[in-house]
Design a protein around this ligand. Structure first.
Ligand code: ADP
Ligand code: MG
Length: 297
């Protein structure tokens, strides 16, 4: 296997291809850079920057952005609001002022439940109070685009890892399944709890151990619960979603974390979604299609 690495999407990405397909690696790098630039909320002139600076007026965006916003809207509906692309507004408030009062966040709840991004052809209208970022779905979407590109080129086997958002195309060179390690959320040593054997599947984990923000001096999760307007307090320590579509896995792992176990069980069953989850009291549960191989601790 040959691999290429880059730091697109503010994270470390690694793409591995069989030696005979290695000539395609630079093109995959170009795909990553294209989307990373397009959706970089810090880059003036990017689609996301333009949306976030539109002050309640329509802005023109690329068709890829329309596609991702359309998907976001579908995820919001199907998850009954647990997934909300405007939840980034809360993150933005926390980052701007670490001592913002809780009241300000609860005021957002009403807006998050009522107002949404409007799409009209290639134009979008973001509410004036809103901020978006595609952190919860961009990597999944780009994994799918890379797999599409590779499949069209006749590639039969690949491992795409965009910041831990994993997409395994085909099987390994020797014909065996890919094995994807699932991190133990209770180990600070980044050890794997088990491995999932997959072919043509994307495996995406949202972990409560990823505490990316500081709020009133406490580290808090970067996943936001739109129903409280606050960083999510979930009874899940980690949620892994396995599906054919990486963007589905990405969006659902975020949404299921927000839902918490009781609500998630209904959602998973209704929508036939494969998950491997660990709750905060260390209970593990996973759907029948997954056959995890547990490691000795
Ligand atoms: P990571 O990419 O670090 O694995 P996730 O896929 O779980 O993380 O997504 C986290 C990002 O998604 C946050 O940085 C935030 O901007 C955005 N986000 C937070 N809460 C939500 C939510 N409820 N719905 C959609 N996006 C969210
Ligand atoms: Mg996600």
């Amino acid at each position: 296997m040959k691999s290429i690495q880059n730091n697109c999407f503010h994270t470390l990405n690694t793409i591995q291809l069989p030696d005979r397909d290695a000539a395609l690696l630079p093109e995959i790098d170009t795909i990553c850079r294209f989307y990373s630039d397009l959706w970089n909320h810090n880059r003036p002139g990017s689609d996301v920057w333009n949306i976030n600076h539109s002050c309640g007026t329509y802005v023109n965006v690329s068709h890829e952005t329309i596609q991702l916003l359309t998907l976001s809207e579908q995820y919001r509906t199907i998850t009954d609001g647990a997934f909300n692309i405007l939840a980034a507004t809360v993150k933005h408030l926390i980052q701007r002022n670490k001592n913002t009062s809780s009241h300000e966040f609860t005021q957002l709840v009403e807006k998050l439940s009522r107002e949404h991004i409007l799409i009209d052809g290639n134009r979008v209208l973001c509410p004036p109070w809103g901020v978006i970022d595609f952190g919860s779905i961009a990597k999944g979407y780009v994994c799918d685009r890379i797999n599409e590109f590779l499949t069209a080129k006749g590639v039969k086997s690949a491992m795409v890892n965009l910041g831990g958002n994993i997409s395994a195309l085909g099987c390994r060179g020797d014909g065996s399944d890919w094995k994807i390690g699932i991190r133990d959320p209770f180990s600070d040593r980044k050890t794997s709890l088990c491995a999932l054997k997959v072919r043509n599947r994307s495996v995406v984990t949202s972990g409560m151990y990823e505490r990316a923000l500081s709020f009133h001096g406490r580290p808090v999760h970067h996943i936001i619960d739109p129903s409280t307007g606050l960083p999510c307090v979930s009874d899940f320590s980690s949620v892994t979603v396995v599906s054919e579509s990486s963007v589905d896995s990405d969006a659902y792992s975020t949404a299921i974390t927000v839902m918490g176990r009781k609500r998630a069980e209904v959602f998973i069953q209704k929508n036939d979604i494969d998950v491997f989850c660990m709750t905060s009291d260390r209970t593990i549960f996973y759907t029948d299609n997954l056959h995890p191989i547990f490691f000795e601790s």
